[in-house]
Design a protein around this ligand. Structure first.
Ligand code: TIU
Length: 221
């Protein structure tokens, strides 16, 4: 076993049963003209973590460990998009509408792609998910079971929406989860901080947190 110097206490893990999951680092959330901006958000906050997420991914690749990417997106015919999700709020662009990066949050459109700096390598797992959590209506659970994965290191965006939902889903499914503090970001600084605090409170009730440098140090990087 190896140990990450994490909060609220060190996390012991076996690299052979550990995977990195990078949540929704997509152009639609990170670049101007996409879904995130259409909701009224300043997307530059999210773009700022791309180099850190790249370093985290590189560390897992260098150690020969599993890297999984997710994308929040829907089928072109919108058959997996509940009306409640499409109609919520008052965005300037709704999911499925044509925008500057193609149809918003639709699989195969340029905006739904992962940003080029974090592009998956051939052979890496890419999960397309219709919800905020990565387990709902996806093959992720079956893939992790087949691999024998026990520990998930999690980064990506946004901290309190798709990242936290995924971490809670994973925790309930019996995974040990660590959220990488500087490899996740929210459109709201306070929400990022609150999420980090709440997941590790009460003796790691949802899981652990640690900065990228400490995760990479545990991998020998
Ligand atoms: N709006 C927001 O903060 N997030 C999302 O809609 N999806 C993800 O977090 N990926």
């Amino acid at each position: 076993m190896t140990v990450i110097d994490a909060a609220p206490f060190p996390l012991a893990f076996d690299p052979a049963t550990t995977a990195l999951i990078v949540i929704d680092m997509q152009r639609d959330f990170i670049e101007p003209g996409g879904f995130g901006e259409s909701l009224g958000n300043d997307v530059s906050r999210l773009a700022a973590i791309v180099p850190t997420v790249a370093r985290l991914i590189d560390g897992f690749r260098a150690a020969g460990l599993t890297v999984i990417h997710t994308k929040e997106c829907h089928r072109p015919d919108l058959s997996d998009l509940p009306a409640s999700k499409r109609d919520r709020g008052n965005p300037s662009l709704r999911i499925g509408d044509p925008g500057p990066m193609g149809r918003v949050l639709i699989a195969g459109e340029p905006g739904a792609d992962i940003v080029p700096a974090l592009a998956p390598l051939p052979g890496e797992i890419v999960i397309e998910k219709p919800g905020k959590g990565s387990f709902y209506n996806t093959p992720l659970g079956a893939i992790l079971a087949e691999k024998g994965t026990k520990t998930l290191v999690i980064g990506g965006v946004t901290t309190e929406v798709c990242v936290q939902t995924t971490m809670r889903e994973a925790n309930d499914r019996g995974f040990e989860c660590l959220l990488v503090e500087d490899a996740t970001e929210s459109y709201f600084e306070a929400f990022r901080e609150a999420t980090l605090a709440m997941v590790r409170a009460q003796g790691a009730i949802v899981g652990w947190t640690a900065p990228t440098d400490r995760v990479l140090a545990a991998l020998g990087g």
